[in-house]
Design a protein around this ligand. Structure first.
Ligand SMILES: CCCCCCCCCCCCC/C=C/[C@@H](O)[C@H](COP(=O)(O)O)NC(=O)CCCCCCCCCCCCCCC
Length: 217
């Protein structure tokens, strides 16, 4: 059995919900700081599911580190919101637009990877929310993945992801790890969280579409 985690390391869905609430400013700009914090919370959840998911969490952690480097770097004021980041990086030609080159760690391409994963999360959580007691998390996860992220992944990543999904715990254990309370309370909280996640996704999607950034290499 795994050693118990330190309390501050424990995942809580409420915490993630709260960070996603903070993501959007009054005029619908997305704060990079809170976006990153939301992902950190989700990765805690992933880590608590076991080492099979290590290769996924490692990639997500790397992406977060890149964004934090921008957030804390000398141009930190340009990285306050996704909108200001896009403007700054495009105006200063800091993004590889057609093929990978001098800017493999641009904020724009890095955030795009997380943004695509956010769509997977939205689809997965919606399935989880509406599933019955004996719903299979592995199937919900695979379906959500096939409808979103998978098209951006090469065969070998799709294969590894598919294998990891198979060992996901069942719905009751999954709900337990969320640390919310009864299954009914989890479902209610998912109902609160989904519109927030969905709005952050939509705002980012529109911004990236406007600037033709949805296929950054
Ligand atoms: C709960 C089960 C979690 C399953 C996670 C589903 C997503 C599967 C993603 C598989 C990614 C495999 C790792 C490699 C990825 C990279 O190739 C690829 C491309 O990057 P590159 O252009 O720099 O090369 N990276 C990505 O697409 C970014 C993936 C980020 C995935 C983050 C997933 C976090 C999952 C958090 C789970 C939270 C569940 C919450 C329940 C309340």
């Amino acid at each position: 059995m795994a050693a118990p985690e330190a309390p501050e390391e424990k995942f809580s869905l409420r915490e993630v919900l709260d960070t996603f609430k903070l993501c959007l400013s009054g005029d619908k700009e997305v704060y990079v700081e809170h976006y990153v914090a939301g992902w950190r919370g989700l990765i805690k959840f992933l880590n608590s599911l076991g080492s099979v998911f290590g290769f996924i969490s490692k990639d997500a952690v790397n992406k977060i580190k890149i964004l934090v480097t921008h957030l804390e770097g000398e141009n930190s004021s340009e990285y306050v919101t996704v909108q200001s980041m896009v403007k700054y990086e495009l105006e200063n030609e800091l993004v590889d637009l057609n093929k990978r080159g001098n800017h493999p760690e641009s904020g724009c391409r890095t955030l795009l990877r997380l943004h695509r994963a956010l769509r997977w999360l939205e689809l997965f959580l919606e399935r989880l929310r509406t599933s019955g007691e004996d719903g299979k998390t592995s199937v919900m996860c695979a379906e959500a993945y096939n409808e979103s992220l998978s098209r951006h992944h090469p065969w070998v990543v799709r294969k590894a992801a598919g294998m990891a999904f198979c060992v996901l715990p069942g719905r009751p254990a999954f709900f337990e790890v969320m640390n919310v309370g009864t299954p009914e309370q989890v479902v209610a909280m998912l109902g609160d969280a989904l519109p927030l996640i969905s709005e952050v996704y939509q705002v980012t999607e529109e911004l990236y579409a406007q600037h033709n950034l949805l296929d950054l290499p």
